[in-house]
Design a protein around this ligand. Structure first.
Ligand SMILES: [Ca+2]
Ligand SMILES: [Ca+2]
Length: 358
């Protein structure tokens, strides 16, 4: 019996040592140390829940981002982990996310009991669940354990007026370097050279004159006296409007009878962008990229090199970037080209919305 007690004591001592050696968030070791997400958690009830003041007068059904007290994976892994090495190896990272997910499951069970519905959840850069619920339940959510913050879900629109200064390009512009005299060739889906951000009229009528009203419209294959322009000084469409979508009318059929896709080049690189043009159109990615590079409406809206001239060879059709802009314009992948606030008559082409729980 005495021997059994001694062995048990030794085991307890070993467990105690392991507990002391648990890594903390921000640790710099590789992945060899034992990881336990619970060591990163702030005890429930120890924090005051931060409720966004914009919710004070909220009424009716509302979308909320409910932040949780456990650190997201990025925090648990440690700051600058690419340079310094993270605290968790890949397996531990997955286990940590599973642990966060289990707590989110438990929270959602409680929120559903309050009449809420889950819209989404995140755990890597931010630990939160996104829900839809009646605003009258915000106080009840605040009382739930493990809650850190409650914020409204807001649709943000990215804008060059923010991103260009953010990367330091505005400071370069202030020194007189705007890309003037530089020619940039971009390989993408095409460019809407009628857009106001590229010096065009910026009207639906101008776009229709250049593109037509469907992918089969002859105007998207001819220059129509509208191209090139002072800003978009050259370009060519090497693929046509629908490639790689099969186009039996122009391309015929494969030996097995299936419709073929083929390249149908034309001299007009006008982009197939607006949702007003039906399927299979739905792109606009090239115009979006062009705006980031050299968009310039002569006012507040400026790309990274607003003085640059653009060339637009089109080696890939809109279909290659279908995910960039859905027919409803709702996708988070696109950096939207915003309509100038000063001109309501200019259409909000290629605009996309991005929802963020931040
Ligand atoms: Ca045309
Ligand atoms: Ca074309």
């Amino acid at each position: 019996m005495k021997r059994i007690v001694l062995v048990g004591s030794a085991l307890l001592f070993l467990v105690a040592i392991m507990a002391v050696e648990r890594p903390q968030a921000g640790g710099s070791s590789g992945g060899s140390r034992f990881a336990d997400a619970s060591a990163l958690a702030v005890p429930g009830g120890a924090l005051t829940v931060s409720v966004d003041p914009r919710l004070e007068s909220a009424k009716g059904q509302i979308d909320l981002v409910v932040g949780m007290i456990d650190a997201p994976l990025a925090v648990a892994h440690g700051p600058n982990f690419k340079q310094r090495g993270g605290a968790l190896n890949p397996g531990q990272q997955k286990a940590y996310l599973r642990q966060l997910g289990q707590k989110q499951d438990a929270l959602m069970g409680q929120i559903r009991g309050l009449g809420g519905r889950e819209l989404g959840r995140v755990g890597k850069a931010h630990n939160a669940v996104v829900i839809s619920i009646d605003a009258s339940r915000i106080k009840d959510i605040e009382a739930l354990p493990g809650i850190k913050s409650i914020r409204p879900l807001i649709n943000y629109e990215l804008a060059l007026s923010e991103t260009v200064p953010y990367i330091g390009a505005s400071a370069v512009h202030a020194e007189g370097f705007t890309g003037t005299g530089t020619r940039v060739a971009v390989l993408d889906t095409g460019i809407d050279y009628t857009h106001a951000f590229f010096g065009g009229a910026g009207t639906a009528a101008a776009y229709t004159d250049a593109y037509g009203t469907s992918t089969s419209d002859a105007r998207n294959r001819t220059l129509d006296g509208l191209f090139p322009t002072a800003k978009v000084v050259g370009g060519f469409d090497f693929v046509g409007e629908v490639w790689p979508t099969p186009d039996p009318a122009r391309c015929g059929f494969n030996p097995n009878g299936s419709p073929r896709a083929c390249l149908v080049p034309d001299p007009d690189p006008i982009d197939c962008g607006p949702a007003a043009i039906g399927a299979p159109c739905g792109g606009g990615h090239g115009s979006h990229v062009a705006d980031i590079i050299g968009g310039n409406d002569g006012g507040f809206h400026k790309g990274v090199a607003p003085g640059a001239s653009l060339y637009w060879p089109v080696p890939g059709s809109w279909s290659r970037s279908r995910r960039a802009t859905t027919p409803t314009g709702r996708t988070s992948r696109v950096h939207p080209v915003r309509r100038p606030r000063s001109s309501a008559s200019r259409r909000p082409r290629f605009r996309a919305r991005s929802s963020s729980p931040s």
